[in-house]
Design a protein around this ligand. Structure first.
Ligand code: TYD
Ligand code: MG
Length: 454
C-alpha cells in the first residue's frame, strides 16, 4: 500500500500512478515506477478563496522588442549553438552520455568566459573541488577566475547564489541535486524537477544564466530530466561515438535561436579543441577512395559539412541477411534499399548490408539519400566513384532524385576542398563544379556501373 501522499512516478515519462505496476501505463516503460512522496513545491500557489488576480497586461505583437543581450563566452562553437552567446537569465540543459565530455566542455566555457570578465561559478555535485581544479590545471585553465564549489544541497546553492552574484553558473549535474523539501531520493523525477524549477526561477529573478548538466540514459532520453526539457529555455545535446575524438554539440530546443546549429570539437589531452572546418575532419583525403564510398555534401545547421558514406554489401552467411547502420537512420536505409531493388533492379535482398557515416557524425538530412544509394551501388557493383565527386539529392519512393535545399553552399564547400564534380539532382547549376545531373536513381546507378562521368 502506498503511504499517505505517496504516489508512483514513472522515471521515464514523469506520469504519476496511484498504484505500482511493472509497466508504466502511460509510456509502456518497464520497471520505471518509483514511489515518491508528493509535496507542494515551495512558492507554489496555495489554495485561496478570497485572493483575486490583478488581471493581465495584454500587449501587441508589433511592439518593438530589443534583441536579448548575450554573454559571449569566447568558445565560438558553444556560442554559436546557443544562438550567438548565452542569454542572461536563461536556463540551459546540456545533456549527454556519461563520459562524453560535458564537464570538460563546461569547465572550458567557464574559464574562457571568466577570462573575458564574465563572473562565473562552477558548482559540482559529482567531483570534489580538488578534482575540478586539477582537471583545469591539466587543461591549462588554472589562471581563469572561476569560482568553484562542490555542493549537492539545493538550499545551500540557492542561498549561495543569492549572496554572491554571478553572470553564468554551471550546475554539474542536475541528477545529483537534492532538495530537503522533498522526501524522494536524488535523481528521481521529483527531485530533478524541483531542482530545475528552483534554479530556473533563480535564473529569471537574478538575471544569471544557469547551465544544468543532465546525464542521458541508454534509451537516449535525459534521465528524469526529460521532464525538465519544458522548464528550461534551451536544450543542448553533446554527442560523440566511443573511439572517435570528435564531439558534436547540437541544439535540440532554443527559445533564443535556431535549433539546427552544431558545434564541433575534438577531444584531446588538453581538453576540447574547437574544430572550425569540420569537412576536413570527417573526410579521409589520403589515398584513393574505395568502392563503396561516396562523399556527401551535407548541411549541418548553418554550415556545409562534407562527410563520407561507406557501404559494404557482402554475401550473407545466414538465412536472414544483416542490416547494420551507424550514423544514419535504419528506416531510411530500408527505403533506399527498396527503391534500389524495385526502381533500379539492384536487388540486395539476400545480401548483408553495412552502412557507416565516417567520423562518428549522425546525418539526418533527406538530402543524403542519393549519397547512401551511390555508396551501396558502388559496393554492390564493385566500382569506385571518382575521387573528386560529391553526391547529394533526395530520393522519392518512385525513384526520382529531388532537389534539396542550399545547393549553392554545398557546391561551394566541395569546391573549397578540391572536388570538381557533383552527382546531383537534374537541373542543378554546378557553379564552381561540373554538375552531373540525374533525374532518376536508375540514371545514377547506370553511370556508376559504366563509370560514365561525362
Ligand atoms: P567528462 O567531461 O568528465 O565527461 P562527463 O562530464 O560528460 O561525464 O569527460 C570525461 C572523459 O573525457 C574521460 O573519458 C577522459 C576524457 N578527457 C580527455 O580525453 N582529455 C581531457 O583533457 C579531459 C579533461 C578529459
Ligand atoms: Mg561530468
Amino acid at each position: 500500500m502506498a503511504r499517505d501522499g505517496a504516489v508512483y512516478v514513472c522515471q521515464t515519462c514523469g506520469a504519476t500512478q496511484s498504484k505500482w505496476a511493472g509497466q508504466c501505463p502511460a509510456c509502456s516503460a518497464w520497471n520505471s515506477l518509483v514511489e515518491e512522496v508528493q509535496s507542494r513545491p515551495p512558492g507554489a500557489l496555495a489554495p485561496s478563496k478570497s485572493a483575486r488576480g490583478r488581471g493581465l497586461d495584454f500587449r501587441g505583437l508589433a511592439e518593438a522588442t530589443p534583441a536579448p543581450p548575450r554573454i559571449i563566452t569566447g568558445v565560438d562553437e558553444f556560442d554559436r549553438v546557443c544562438g550567438g552567446g548565452v542569454v542572461p537569465g536563461s536556463a540551459i540543459l546540456l545533456g549527454g552520455d556519461p563520459g562524453v565530455g560535458k564537464s570538460t566542455l563546461l569547465l572550458q566555457v567557464m574559464a574562457f568566459a571568466a577570462r573575458r570578465g564574465v563572473r562565473c561559478a562552477y558548482i559540482s555535485g559529482e567531483e570534489a573541488v580538488d578534482q575540478v581544479r586539477s582537471r583545469a590545471q591539466r587543461m591549462g585553465l588554472a589562471d581563469a577566475p572561476v569560482a568553484l564549489a562542490a555542493e549537492t544541497s539545493l538550499r545551500e546553492i540557492l542561498d549561495g547564489l543569492k549572496r554572491d552574484k554571478f553572470d553564468l553558473v554551471v550546475i554539474d549535474s542536475i541528477q545529483t541535486m537534492w532538495s530537503d523539501v522533498h522526501e524522494a531520493g536524488p535523481g528521481t523525477v521529483t527531485q530533478v524537477r524541483a531542482a530545475a524549477t528552483e534554479l530556473t526561477r533563480l535564473a529569471k529573478k537574478q538575471g544569471v544564466a544557469v547551465i544544468l548538466v543532465g546525464h542521458v540514459t541508454k534509451e537516449g532520453t535525459i534521465a528524469g530530466p526529460r521532464v525538465i526539457e519544458h522548464i528550461v529555455d534551451a536544450v543542448l545535446a553533446f554527442e560523440g561515438e566511443r573511439g572517435y575524438p570528435f564531439r558534436i554539440l547540437r541544439g535540440a530546443k532554443n527559445r533564443f535561436g535556431a535549433t539546427d546549429e552544431i558545434g564541433v570539437f575534438e577531444m584531446g589531452d588538453a581538453g576540447l579543441a574547437e574544430v572550425k572546418n569540420p569537412s576536413a575532419l570527417f573526410l579521409d583525403t589520403s589515398g584513393e577512395r574505395a568502392a563503396g564510398a561516396a562523399v556527401f555534401a551535407g548541411i549541418e545547421g548553418s554550415r556545409p559539412v562534407l562527410v563520407e558514406f561507406q557501404a559494404l554489401v557482402a554475401p550473407s552467411a545466414y538465412g536472414t541477411p544483416r542490416r547494420a547502420v551507424v550514423g544514419w537512420d535504419s528506416g531510411r536505409l530500408a527505403m533506399v534499399l527498396a527503391v534500389l531493388e524495385t526502381r533500379c533492379g539492384l536487388g540486395l535482398g539476400n545480401r548483408d548490408v553495412y552502412l557507416n557515416v565516417a567520423g562518428g557524425l549522425r546525418i539526418s538530412e533527406p538530402a543524403a539519400d542519393l549519397a547512401a544509394a551511390a555508396a551501396l551501388a558502388s559496393s554492390a557493383l564493385d566500382v569506385a566513384l571518382p575521387q573528386d565527386c560529391v553526391v547529394f539529392g533526395e530520393l522519392s519512393l518512385a525513384g526520382d532524385v529531388r532537389p534539396v535545399s542550399r545547393m549553392e553552399s554545398r557546391l561551394k564547400e566541395a569546391a573549397k576542398l578540391g572536388f570538381n564534380r557533383a552527382l546531383a539532382p537534374a537541373g542543378t547549376d554546378g557553379g564552381p563544379l561540373k554538375a552531373i545531373g540525374v533525374a532518376r536513381l536508375a540514371d545514377a546507378i547506370r553511370r556508376i556501373g559504366e563509370s560514365d562521368w561525362t
